[in-house]
Design a protein around this ligand. Sequence first.
Ligand SMILES: [Cu+2]
Length: 207
Amino acid sequence: MKTRILVPGLILLLALTGGRAAGPAKSASLSQDVVADANGGLQNVIIFVADGLAARAYDPPSESAVIEQKGCMYQPHVIAMHANQKLEVINRDPTTHNIHPIPANNREWNKAELPGAKVEDTFAREEIAIPVKCNVHPWMKSYIAVFKQPYFVMTGKDGSFDLNNLPPGTYTLKAWHEKLGTAAQQITIGASETKTVEFVFKPKPGV
Ligand SMILES: [Cu+2]
């Protein structure tokens, strides 16, 4: 079973304030590289502020980011987290996995996990995004995006999401997808203002 969809002009919508972010991906397919709903809403896209924030240091959240190995897949397939936030990786399968992120801008690590095991680690620097594999199961792939600021969110099943509490200002907003690349646009948002922004990814050959 495949969830690849060849829709011209995959669309994703986002509201900049109000509401909650949608939940993580829950696909039963082994191929998770392009997951879209019937309307072309694209899942597993990271929306983030790439430019325009005041130069300041942000503390990582105290709660952990979590990835599970479940059914020999990474769940969710793509996560976004804060630099130096704790990442928990939990093996829910009755088989041994390992998690092996292959960063370009962070320390590489590689941890084996017996059934039911949990391992923890962090990434210190911003990197969008780190490919992750399992050395035991070659089809198990995921991506971890690491940010040094808190204004990032994943799209939900319908391609939508909310990016809340952005301070008034003008920003470059980017949308990142593992196969379709990066789209960018500039937005200006005022105090208590809600805006809807739409990114359109054009399908690439072979995707
Ligand atoms: Cu595995």
